[in-house]
Ligand binder design. Sequence first.
Ligand code: PXP
Length: 241
Amino acid sequence: MTAELGVNIDHVATVRQARRAVEPDPVAAAVLAELGGADSITVHLREDRRHIQDRDVHILRQTVRTRLNLEMAVAEEVVAVACQVVPDQATLVPEKREELTTEGGLDVVGNLERVSAVAARLKSVGIKVSCFIEPDPAQIEASIKAGADAVELHTGSYANAGREALDDELKRIYDAVAHAGEGGVRVHAGHGLTYWNIAPLAEIPEILEFNIGHSIVSRAVLVGMERAVREMKALLVETAG
Ligand code: PXP
């Protein structure tokens, strides 16, 4: 079975917020991602609202035709938004204000009570819950205890591994996938995945969903650049008569 592809469009909002402008609109990007075959749209509503805004999440809830996956911290304020918006899935992630992107997995072992309480609230309104964790047996077991429907294995260490460390990182992922399977929880994976490093993970049939952002948005900028410039150039030519 082919794994599903969740497309994370946060970076589209990052470009918009760089100018506090109205474009590019992540809502439009979501429509195009779905036309391209995305199986779900992922956005991270960060507490500092540095990219995705509340308005985006509310509109996406109305417009996404596949599934909406909301990445979120276990903070009260975002939990309230999630319970109001009711995405199809919430992925619980750690969040530090100073980080460039989500660094490391959620420590479910150390925050079992809080994660369990948040998972229960989200599930009570019909949201599926996924925990974004390191590929570590203790974190998998804690996520299951917390009531998670899925675990998303953090693939950052795999993505950053040099040649020597790659086999060890892959083995960590294989072992985690097997462990999660024994616990009966769905397995997702994401972070740092690219057109170059996805293949070995795509071969693991138990991974049911990949969430990919940076690499896809980066490619979209490059494959769209030539057309965008041609269109502006054509306007100049037309206007000059
Ligand atoms: N999954 C989760 C839980 C994330 O926090 C992120 C980054 O926002 C991703 C997947 C996507 O990572 P990347 O942008 O490196 O593809």
